[in-house]
Design a protein around this ligand. Structure first.
Ligand SMILES: [Zn+2]
Length: 323
């Protein structure tokens, strides 16, 4: 088996603050680690931190967790080549999670052979998606830009090898068992519009939980995953939070608010235990984090606040984790 050693490199971006998070474990498989690189950690409209996206490397294979509009630029910034992508997981259909897929498809397409099916061309990336979402991903989103190829109607399988994952089924990735955790991202009328988070488990390694996009309205339902995880990558919006008096004025309704996660009384939300908060890296945040302000313009040192409130901190573009 190919050995994979820890690499202690953090690429600085828009910040002088960076730190490592390294779990020192003697692993039964001879020191094989998964490296997680934060490709982006901004919200949908960020101009500084791209879109929330994590790149997982293990044993020579590479998986992206989401692939938003700004990810091609983030890859350019971090020096990541499209050719190195083996697998992409998509949590839901917002553009900040899928908007880079058209570019990925065209960048990886075999323009010499021009195949109608990926099997007739070069090696195509696998697209891992909840089976219900897979149809919508093509028919409601990707088809508009990818279907019209010169000479033929393209389909999803022209560009990707689809890997649909059924409800309550798991998939294996490089020895990790990966479960999809359905999150309430929005309530469209009386129907839940979900995002599917991921929890990675492997003997002898820390358990990692990516919430992707979630609200804080069901923390009791997802508490089992919060408790099971050793490290949590949590979406966290700063919009509508007044840090002068540490209150929640409003929330977007589609993400967990900092005020809810921190347990501000005005958020009127289920309060997380210090143990759970102590495992959380905050992600998917607005640019005024970098401007050291809150939504209302009050000066805030968000890193200091996050430390005070017991979080691991705000994850940074280029930040790496060895697990
Ligand atoms: Zn979303």
């Amino acid at each position: 088996m190919e050995q994979y050693f820890a690499v202690f490199t953090v690429i600085e971006y828009n910040t002088s603050r960076y730190e490592f998070n390294f779990f020192e474990l003697s692993t039964p498989n001879g020191g094989l680690f998964m490296k997680i690189t934060t490709v982006g950690c901004g919200n949908a409209f960020s101009k500084r931190n791209f879109n929330q996206c994590y790149m997982l490397d293990e044993g020579g294979r590479r998986l992206f967790v989401d692939f938003g509009s700004k990810i091609p630029d983030a890859m350019n910034h971090l020096g990541i080549d499209f050719k190195t992508i083996d697998d992409v997981y998509i949590s839901h259909q917002h553009a900040d999670h899928i908007g880079g897929l058209e570019e990925l498809a065209f960048m990886r397409y075999d323009w010499v052979k021009r195949p109608q099916h990926y099997k007739e061309g070069k090696y195509a990336p696998r697209l891992i998606v909840n089976e219900v979402l897979m149809n919508d991903l093509w028919n409601k989103s990707l088809k508009g830009g990818l279907a019209s190829m010169e000479g033929f109607d393209a389909v999803l399988e022209t560009f990707f090898e689809p890997v649909p994952v059924r409800a309550n089924e798991k998939f294996e990735w490089q020895g990790w068992t990966v479960a999809l955790v359905q999150q309430i991202h929005a309530m469209t009328g009386s129907i839940i519009w979900p995002s599917f988070g991921l929890i990675f488990e492997k003997q002898g390694h820390p358990t990692v939980y990516f919430t992707t996009d979630s609200q804080h309205c069901s923390p009791r339902q997802i508490e089992v995953f919060y408790k099971k995880a050793d490290i949590i990558f949590q979406d966290c919006e700063l919009t509508g939070v007044n840090m002068k008096d540490r209150s929640m004025v409003f929330k977007s309704g589609v993400h967990a608010s900092y005020a809810e996660l921190a347990g501000f009384p005005s958020a009127n939300a289920a309060v997380l235990s210090p143990e759970i908060k102590g495992k959380m890296w905050l992600s998917h945040y607005q640019d005024f984090y970098n401007e050291k302000k809150d939504f209302f313009g009050n000066p805030v040192d968000w890193d200091h606040e996050a430390a005070t409130d017991g979080f691991k901190g705000f994850v940074q573009v280029g930040q790496e984790f060895e697990i």
